[in-house]
Design a protein around this ligand. Structure first.
Ligand code: 7PM
Length: 261
């Protein structure tokens, strides 16, 4: 899953049209590099980021989803929590809803179910602006597992097909370094729930702590973490550096499953 942020800070500021063209080009490039899914997001979840209005988020993601749907044979994901954005993105050609709030905002679950979308439910403790202030768990693996189990059940109850649901422990979302390590080292607890597991570690702080590198220099560390996650059973890797990550995933899959060349 390639990350495509359509936010003003993601592409050099040349006005909305150029921004949109740059996003579409970046999406097509990721498809060429081997991404199976493109995750299109119009709201930054960065701690302290300014909130984005519904219409603004729709104006950012819908044209990019429409363009990619018509030009590329790839699964399109919308990274949003808002019911109206989800509905508009699915109408525009998205197939999957990736929500860091696990479809808990009003109408979000119904909007996904109404258009037979696939969904990814992610665990987050708190809200992006404050989540890293003081993450606390008694047993992080058990608590995240139980949350994901309940949200997947809520999706099924809302009419989403069981085989259209994936789960994600939300690396870096209201977690300390040690919490992230515990989650990555205990992926079996999540794959045991019976849903495909999505892992997003790309350029995250946990990789920065492990390598001592800034975000711009975390590609290798992120690719190694992706390979580890695949070895431990992850089905989908969310990543910025698609070409490097695809190579890492190919090697991990071949070694895990013993496939011939
Ligand atoms: C600041 C904080 C900037 C966090 C960017 C981020 C995930 C996600 C994100 C993830 C799923 C990033 C994150 N991370 N969706 N959206 N899983 N499902 O590093 O791990 O891209 S945003």
């Amino acid at each position: 899953m390639g990350i495509l942020n359509v936010t003003p800070d993601s592409f050099s500021d040349g006005g909305q049209h150029l921004e949109r063209q740059a996003a579409i080009a970046a999406g097509l490039r990721m498809v060429g590099e081997g991404a199976a899914i493109i995750d299109v997001g119009g709201e930054s979840t960065r701690p302290g980021a300014t909130a984005v209005g519904t219409q603004q988020e729709i104006d950012r993601v819908v044209p990019v989803i429409e363009a990619l749907a018509s030009r590329a044979d790839v699964v399109l994901s919308v990274d949003s929590s808002k019911a109206d954005v989800i509905a508009a993105a699915l109408r525009a050609g998205a197939h999957l809803v990736n929500d860091v709030r696990a479809l808990r905002m009003p109408g979000a679950l119904a909007a996904a179910a109404a258009q037979d979308a696939a969904v990814c439910v992610m665990h987050m403790q708190g809200e992006p602006a404050t989540m890293q202030a003081e993450p606390r768990y008694v047993d992080v693996v058990a608590e995240v597992r139980e949350f994901l189990r309940q949200r997947a059940n809520a999706c099924v109850a809302a009419g989403i097909a069981r085989d259209s649901i994936c789960i994600d422990p939300g690396i870096g979302f209201g977690k300390t370094y040690q919490h992230n390590i515990d989650l990555l080292r205990n992926q079996r607890s999540f794959t045991d729930l019976g849903y495909p597991l999505l892992i997003g570690v790309s350029r995250k702080g946990v990789v920065g702590i492990m390598t001592g590198r800034p975000a711009s220099e975390r590609m290798v560390g992120s690719a190694v973490a992706a390979a580890f996650a695949v070895q431990a059973g992850a089905a989908i890797i969310r990543a910025h550096d698609v070409a490097a990550t695809v190579d890492a995933v190919k090697v991990a899959v071949a070694l895990r499953d013993g496939m011939a060349g």
